[in-house]
Design a protein around this ligand. Structure first.
Ligand code: GSH
Length: 88
């Protein structure tokens, strides 16, 4: 898998009219994997773990272990905001 990153650098790439075709909320990150486009960090992580981690270390097949991963993915944005507020 090859990859590259692109940042707006203040230029507002994520505000370009064509960007909304990939990201309906005009947000980063997005992923373009050889024409398969995705938005939302959690969706991207699940896609990458499902497609490229054959050993399923990152998103286990076991239902309980997979639910544990999903729980942390779900909680991460709220907890990150809280941590930033507490340590501001
Ligand atoms: N739920 C989304 C949230 C993405 C998000 O909040 N992106 C911010 C940067 S961290 C963004 O693109 N902000 C620019 C904007 O909303 O115009 C995800 O996890 O991917």
């Amino acid at each position: 898998m090859s990859w590259s990153t692109s940042t707006s650098g203040g230029g507002g790439v994520h505000q370009a009219p064509e960007f909304v075709k990939i990201s309906p909320f005009w947000q980063v990150p997005v992923l373009d994997d050889s024409g398969t486009t995705l938005f939302d960090s959690n969706a991207i992580l699940v896609y990458l773990a499902t497609k490229y981690d054959a050993c399923r270390r990152w998103l286990p097949l076991d239902p309980k272990e997979q639910a544990d991963v999903q729980a942390w993915l779900s909680m991460a944005p709220a907890k990150s905001r809280l941590a930033l507020q507490l340590h501001a």
